[in-house]
Design a protein around this ligand. Structure first.
Ligand code: B16
Ligand code: MG
Length: 216
């Protein structure tokens, strides 16, 4: 029997990949402001909150804006992003995600979402996977962004399990740090070089199993 009682999943980069939609919307905003940024720069925005992402992009373009202007720009970007994710389909769920969530549920392991996104509910509904999660903690419910552990600790609390028996699945280094800071086990999804500190790093949830969960 596993001592692990809950799995907490990041959304973007673990369950679905909406980075391309974020990139298109941010790029459109930057272009309107008269500059551009690369897909490589976009990597630095993964797992980062909307507000912080805008700050970084404005820095790259050497553009300064008032707080009110920043709020308007973030809303403008979000409207384009929401339009794009409104067309998402169940085919966009990443390989192995649905299967691993199902095996957790069948094994009596609780599941939560732990995402920085304020659009997580739309994404879960459009991709038809909302029912896999006992609890959803997202950007609407937290005040401190990753690497602060708030999002994952709230997930554990809502599931009524101790952090030490939770495993977090994360694709961003800030998320790996957040899980470790919360006293949880963490499986990195991506490259071992980037996700240093994770207890295990895999290329995707299609490589995950209950056996690997028990051996963490
Ligand atoms: P929103 P995650 C993160 O999702 C994305 O990786 C990041 O690029 C985005 O800026 C952030 O959500 C906020 O998203 O603008 O929809 O509130 O990886 O934490 O699931
Ligand atoms: Mg992510």
């Amino acid at each position: 029997m596993s001592t692990i009682k809950a799995c907490i999943f990041d959304l973007d980069g673990v369950i679905v990949d909406t980075a391309v939609y974020h990139y298109k919307a941010w790029k459109r905003l930057a272009n309107e402001l008269g500059f551009d940024f690369t897909e490589e720069d976009n990597e630095k925005l993964k797992g980062v909150s909307r507000t912080r992402s805008l700050e970084l992009i404005l820095q790259w373009g050497d553009v300064s804006k008032t707080d009110a202007e920043k709020e308007a720009l973030a809303t403008r970007k979000n409207n384009w992003y929401v339009e794009m994710i409104s067309h998402m389909t169940p085919e966009e769920v990443l390989p192995g995600a649905r299967e691993f969530l199902e095996s957790c549920i069948n094994a009596g392991i609780k599941t939560a979402l732990g995402s920085a996104s304020k659009n997580s509910v739309t994404i879960l509904e459009k991709t038809a996977i909302a029912h896999f999660f006992n609890v959803v903690i997202d950007g609407n419910k937290v005040s401190k962004p990753k690497p602060d552990p708030e999002v994952f600790l709230k997930g554990a609390q809502a599931l009524n399990v101790a952090p030490a028996v939770c495993v977090v699945f994360e694709d961003a280094i800030a998320g790996v740090q957040a899980a470790l800071a919360g006293g949880m086990k963490v499986v990195g999804i991506g490259s071992p070089q980037v996700l240093a500190g994770a207890h295990l790093v895999l290329s995707g949830l299609d490589k995950m199993s209950l056996e690997k969960l028990n051996n963490l």
